[in-house]
Ligand binder design. Structure first.
Ligand code: GTP
Ligand code: MG
Length: 370
């Protein structure tokens, strides 16, 4: 795969190279003219400058959103928080996800984890927490570029022996842009050089100030590898979730977002979805991005077949006519005819746009180059 440099992007966006470098600097990314941009930096710049890009996203988003009826406030009930883990390379994101899953899921549930659906749920004190299992910042970049917001709470992992690093700062910027609360997980506390005070000190620069120092940011010290501090972290997540008053109405047709999707040789298009509102049921007529179908089968994060899934539940479905994209919205319709009509309309529109907008800069075009 190729790449795109600061200068090349500037040309594409019809901006001065210096403007791009300045924007990047304000976001904590130091770049030179000929430096290649990663996907995160690219998304950042596009959302800063990309009028065209944003307009496209708005239209696309509005399209499906217009089919979602407004909620009756009396029917709203508490729902589990959806949590994303972010942080610098090697600071322990994967280890933390694994240790949460293994202490909280495998122990109690027969069979353990049998398949990967990009998200999973754990239970703590009779409450559920949903974790997005997407690597790094993907949950914020590719999803937000499609106008989707799935994360309620961001966990920022910072290694206690390494401190704040470039991708730590990127993660902070993403979480702030998405306006989600940040919990700091000071990891690797078992290591000899662990210095949590330094981590706290460094993060004050980004307005992440611990309660002890007069701020309101929650810091949890843990060792992902030794599985220490996991309960504290989950408790804090539930505390923050309570303050956020996360609500949904289980008693309605479902809508939500695609976490990941692929073509399975035997089963056809398979999509991992996060139900964000309502209850998704087997048999439901559904439009997913520019694809459609009927929910043929549904499995949960333990690989167990289920017939329905409520708010904040990650599941995998089959029955779509094509493979949707991560970050696509899905909406359930009353009948199959309507789902088909709207799905086909969207498919056609997508084809038209592809033909008609070759010369325009879109996020997808840019991403294809990297
Ligand atoms: P990327 O996915 O590459 O960004 O890394 P990551 O953030 O997922 O880090 P990962 O979980 O792969 O951990 C990186 C290294 O740190 C591995 O060798 C882990 O074993 C180690 N590690 C993670 N957590 C801890 C911890 O709590 N203590 C110690 N001592 N090592 C840890
Ligand atoms: Mg990892």
């Amino acid at each position: 795969s190729g790449s795109i440099s600061v200068a090349e992007l500037a040309e594409k966006l019809n901006k001065k190279t210096n403007e791009i470098i300045k924007k990047l600097m304000f976001s904590g990314v130091m770049a030179t003219k000929n430096q290649d941009l990663d996907e995160d930096a690219l998304e950042l710049i596009c959302s800063e400058f990309g009028v065209e890009v944003e307009q496209e996203i708005e239209i696309d988003k509005a399209d499906l959103a217009t089919y979602i009826d407004e909620d009756d406030p009396n029917k709203l009930e508490e729902r589990p928080p959806v949590v994303t883990i972010m942080g610098h390379v090697d600071h322990g994101k994967t280890t933390l996800l694994d240790s949460i899953r293994h202490t909280k899921v495998t122990a109690g549930e027969a069979g353990g984890i049998t398949q990967h659906i990009g998200a999973y749920q754990v239970r703590e004190n009779d409450k559920k927490v949903t974790f997005l299992d997407t690597p790094g910042h993907a949950a914020f970049t590719s999803m937000r570029s499609r106008g989707a917001q799935v994360t309620d709470i961001a966990i920022l992992v910072v290694a206690a022996d390494d401190g704040v690093m470039p991708q730590t700062i990127e993660a902070i910027n993403h979480a702030k842009a998405a306006e989600v609360p940040i919990i700091i997980a000071v990891n690797k506390m078992d290591k000899e050089g662990a210095n949590p005070d330094r981590v706290m000190q460094e993060l004050t620069e980004y307005e992440l100030i611990p309660e002890d120092w007069g701020g309101d940011t929650i810091f949890v010290q843990l060792s992902a590898i030794k599985r220490e501090g996991i309960d504290d972290l989950l408790e804090m997540i539930l505390l923050v979730a309570e303050v956020e008053e996360l609500k949904a109405n289980a008693d309605r047709r479902a809508n939500g977002t695609v976490i990941e999707a692929q073509l399975d040789k035997g089963r056809g298009p398979v999509a991992s979805l996060l139900v964000q509102n309502g209850t998704l049921k087997v048999g439901d007529p559904i439009v997913v991005g520019n694809t459609f179908g009927r929910v043929r089968a549904m499995v949960n994060d333990l690989g167990k077949r289920i017939n329905s899934a409520g708010p904040s539940t990650p599941i995998e479905i089959t029955g779509l006519n094509d493979v949707p994209l991560a970050g696509d919205q899905f909406v359930v319709f009353k009948d199959e005819k309507q789902a088909r009509q709207i799905g086909e309309m969207r498919q056609e529109k997508q084809l038209e746009e592809k033909r008609g907008t070759q010369s325009r800069v879109s996020l997808d075009d840019l991403f294809e180059q990297i």
